[in-house]
Ligand binder design. Structure first.
Ligand SMILES: Cc1ncc(COP(=O)(O)O)c(C=O)c1O
Length: 489
């Protein structure tokens, strides 16, 4: 035994309190000043090299470590909290979410199981979501890292539905017949990965084409299902998307629900960001049919602005859900009372045993802001997207590449060498640090993609995107001469 302190708690709690308050103040200032900082800046080489340091054997003062955080980490974030961030579909976080994260770190709750209130907070959110999506009261659900994991879990649940829980023990057998899933070409890549990770094979995912609005062609799906049945394969899962990652399209969920019912398929909706359009009374109708899904994946860390990470899976059939994940283990034995009490635990509903208290920051967000304000954020993002699309259509130098259903706008700068120039424009904008859109490919064309998800984004940011794209396009493009004056637009 050494003579040093035996615990990791401070010897001087008052000094820790003062330092803690400074750290909190700094973070509040960081959030308050986001707009005055670049959305992104490249970490300098010297900064990166400081993270090639030896493993620290001895202690260092907390204030010194925090000073390094302020100098070397905070200024070089990925920018999704910034109002100019429009690349990829990412939420901006909130001060309330940040404070709630601090509280949950303080409690250090492990929300895998046992009888404590953190579990009740998560169950409360499950019940709220069941009501929001008009699922039965008994529906189950849980927090996961994100929709990638939630969609993967849905594939496993659908596999149990098709083959029974025994498949977990015996694995897949040749006489199970290949299990086939269906979605559209616009589905997120994690659906394919989910099929791969479930051992069913990515090739067992059929991706039907989409129509002009990027919604799955249901007649094509029907043909694919028929052909698979005729060939002795076993259709088991239909995945609709509410808000496709590239353009924000919403499949015709009611018709997909009919098809799933007619074909006896598990109907899953990947609503990573779009499912929360249900918070907007103006947009909720576009999700009609989602209430008939067997499971829904979505992320509170996207449109609900909960800090990362807060993915969620809602499942209609509690028995099927438990049958997919619950396992016996002596060390997880349940008791009638005491700390090991409680009925079903979250570890019975997903792959994780140790789990953080993601529910707390979500509970704080929902209660503190309320659904009306969060629905207002959804509306504002969609209004900004429409305003951006209108500007693009009014400018000869720009071309809109997809209809704007929700909050995602895909467009490009017109140029004879458009693929190269648009890629260069986006890199240039990132380096300038005022706005950060991303790139995608639509119908073989490189598109600039602005996904407006952040509650801080305003009209001025949309204007900065337009002027930034045109200025960079004129500079980097092959058109030769500058086109009409921007101010005339
Ligand atoms: C439609 C869709 N599905 C799934 C995902 C993956 O979600 P996550 O990044 O939370 O795993 C995304 C991410 O943007 C998405 O847009």
């Amino acid at each position: 035994m050494t003579d040093g302190p035996q615990t990791l708690d401070p010897q001087d709690w008052e000094a820790l309190r003062r330092q803690g308050h400074r750290m909190l103040d700094d973070m509040i200032e960081h959030m308050r000043g986001l707009r005055t900082e670049p959305v992104w800046r490249a970490p300098p080489g010297a900064t990166r090299r400081r993270f090639d340091a030896p493993l620290p054997q001895g202690p260092q003062a907390l204030e010194d470590v925090h000073t390094q955080f302020l100098a070397d980490i905070a200024p070089y974030s990925s920018g999704n909290a910034h109002p100019g961030f429009m690349g990829w579909v990412q939420g901006g976080g909130t001060p309330v979410g940040m404070l709630a994260e601090m509280l949950s770190a303080g409690l250090n709750a492990n929300v895998g199981g046992r009888d404590h209130m953190a579990i009740e907070v998560e169950r409360q959110i499950v019940r709220w979501m069941a009501r929001l999506y008009r699922f039965p009261e008994a529906a189950t659900g849980l927090f996961l890292t994100g929709s990638s994991m939630a969609n993967f879990c849905a594939v496993l649940i659908a596999r149990t539905r098709a083959l029974g829980a025994a498949v977990r023990e015996r694995g897949l057998r040749a006489d199970d017949g290949p299990l086939i899933a269906y979605t559209s070409t616009a589905a997120h890549g994690c659906i394919r990965r989910g099929m791969d990770m479930a051992g069913l094979g990515a090739q067992a995912l059929r991706q039907a084409p989409v129509d002009a609005r990027h919604r799955v062609d249901v007649a094509a799906l029907e043909r694919l299902i028929k052909a698979d049945r005729a060939a002795g394969r076993r259709p088991f899962l239909l995945v609709g998307t509410a808000g496709t990652v590239d353009v924000g399209a919403i499949d015709d969920l009611a018709t997909l629900a009919d098809l799933a019912a007619a074909e006896d398929l598990h109907f899953h909706v990947d609503g990573a960001f779009g499912a929360l359009a249900v918070l907007s009374p103006r947009l909720a109708g576009r999700l009609a049919g989602i209430e008939r899904a067997d499971s829904i994946a979505f992320d509170f860390h996207k449109w609900a602005q909960v800090p990362y990470d807060a993915g969620f899976l809602l499942v209609r059939d509690p028995e099927l859900h438990r049958a997919t994940f619950a396992s016996e283990a002596a060390y997880l034995r349940r008791a009638d009372s005491g700390l090991a009490g409680g009925d079903w635990w979250p570890c019975d509903l997903g792959p994780d045993l140790s789990r953080g208290f993601r529910a707390l920051k979500t509970w704080f967000t929902l209660k503190t802001y309320g659904l009306d304000a969060l629905g207002g954020v959804v509306d504002r993002c969609c209004d900004l997207a429409q305003a951006l699309a209108t500007c693009i259509e009014a400018l000869d130098e720009l071309e809109l590449l997809a209809p704007v259903e929700l909050n995602v706008v895909c467009f490009r700068y017109r140029d004879p060498d458009a693929d190269r120039v648009n890629a260069a424009i986006v890199e240039d904008l990132h380096r300038q640090g005022r706005v950060a859109p991303s790139l995608t490919t639509l119908d073989g064309k490189t598109a600039i993609r602005a996904a407006i998800v952040n509650h801080r984004t305003e009209r001025a940011d949309i204007e900065a995107l337009i002027t930034g794209v045109i200025a960079a396009g004129r500079r980097l493009g092959d058109r030769g001469e500058p086109a009409a004056d921007l101010a005339a637009a």
